[in-house]
Design a protein around this ligand. Structure first.
Ligand SMILES: *Cc1c(COP(=O)(O)O)cnc(C)c1O
Length: 363
């Protein structure tokens, strides 16, 4: 079916799989046997419970997690996690290590400092955050409360593929912009969190995964009920009304990812997409210039610049006219950013690289 949709490279909220949108559309007025839209259901009813627990089951399956992991659906975005993590886990007398890889890590550090002692164990400022650190560039604190990393810097376009080892401290990762985009071992992480609106679904849901042994190190007093992980774990994310429609949409996205062959399947497609784009950049004779060191190039957010800002503006404007949106780099860094999350099809990338070739030829 042709809906006249355009090629959507938005950085977040971002493209959703068309199959998911079609499924939502199909059940819009009457979710099978419920006689209502999912939005109209009680979050305490059987129909919603099945959706909610189905999403948890899918996540555990995709990430190969056993029952020592708690899966939570919270609100407040990844940005609230920047505060909730230290609020719960940066205990008196302890230090938290943070890896400063760019804009998002910087925001996490700013919040953590409100709650306790923070050691910036690595700061990529001097190289303009153009790559992820090597293990030997990171100075970790012995006995740290935790080590916090950002697996993919959505604005700078750098991504970890070999994760840092946190020695014996718990490892926490903000995976907002690359969760479920490639195959990885979740076991070394004590906690993972991600706003849903890049790779998992609509905005309004935040996925949090916490291993039980790490949860046991959390503060038990002095935390507002809604900001304590324990509250949400005790109630299976149903302490208060959760973002039910967002969780429903996420459950459909998770099923869609399973249908793509799970993480190995989706990684194959995502790597082909990223390789196609980076080749177009590298083979442009310097017309398009990548901003990130090759080994750290994100497969989700592909950033490049051109000879002048005027030329970049012209590119964005003409691209828009040709049906490509969301290409403007973040206002803090400029340039072009192509966000190629899971739901962006290879065809979109192929169409864009064709456009890039033509634009280069004309200019
Ligand atoms: C988008 C993003 C955030 C912020 O997410 P919100 O849900 O808007 O709070 C945090 N970290 C990373 C890596 C992101 O890409």
């Amino acid at each position: 079916m042709n809906y006249n949709r355009i090629w959507n490279f938005n950085a977040g909220p971002a493209a959703l799989p068309l199959e998911v949108l079609e499924k939502i559309h199909k059940d819009w007025f009457n979710y099978p046997n419920a006689g209502m839209n999912v939005m109209e259901m009680s979050h305490r009813g059987k129909d919603y419970e099945t959706i909610h627990n189905g999403a948890i089951t899918s996540l555990k399956k995709l990430l190969n997690l056993n029952d020592s992991y708690h899966i939570l659906f919270l609100q407040g975005g990844a940005s609230l996690q920047f505060a909730m993590v230290p609020m719960n886990f940066l205990t008196e007398g302890k230090t938290a290590d943070y890896i400063h890889t760019g804009a998002w890590a910087g925001k996490a550090i700013k919040e953590a400092k409100l709650f306790g002692k923070v050691n910036v164990a690595y700061d990529g400022k001097s190289i303009n955050y153009s790559r992820v650190p090597r293990q030997d560039e990171v100075s970790l604190t012995p006995g740290a409360a935790y080590v916090h990393v950002t697996s993919n810097e959505t604005i700078g376009g750098i991504e970890f593929f070999d994760y840092l080892k946190a020695s014996n401290a718990p490892l926490i990762c903000d995976m907002s912009s690359d969760i479920l985009s490639h195959d990885f071992d979740a076991k070394p992480f004590s906690m993972i969190y991600a706003g849903a609106q890049k790779n998992l679904g609509p905005s309004g849901v935040t996925l949090v995964i916490i291993r039980d042994d790490f949860l046991k190190t959390a503060k038990t007093t002095g935390i507002p009920t809604m900001l304590s992980y324990q509250t949400h774990i005790d109630e299976n994310s149903l302490y208060n009304t959760p973002p039910t429609f967002g969780i429903y949409t996420m459950s459909l996205v998770l099923q869609w990812i399973e249908g793509q062959g799970g993480l190995p399947g989706i990684e194959k497609i995502n790597r082909t997409k990223a390789d196609t784009l980076y080749s177009a950049i590298d083979n442009s004779g310097g017309f398009y210039k990548g901003t990130v060191e090759v080994g750290s190039r994100s497969i989700m957010n592909i950033c490049f610049t051109m000879a002048s800002e005027e030329l970049e503006d012209k590119f964005i404007k003409e691209a828009k006219g040709a049906g490509f949106v969301g290409l403007k780099g973040h206002r803090s860094v400029g340039g072009i950013r192509v966000s190629a999350y899971n739901a962006v099809p290879l065809a979109a990338i192929e169409a864009l690289t064709k456009f890039m070739g033509e634009f280069k030829w004309k200019n």
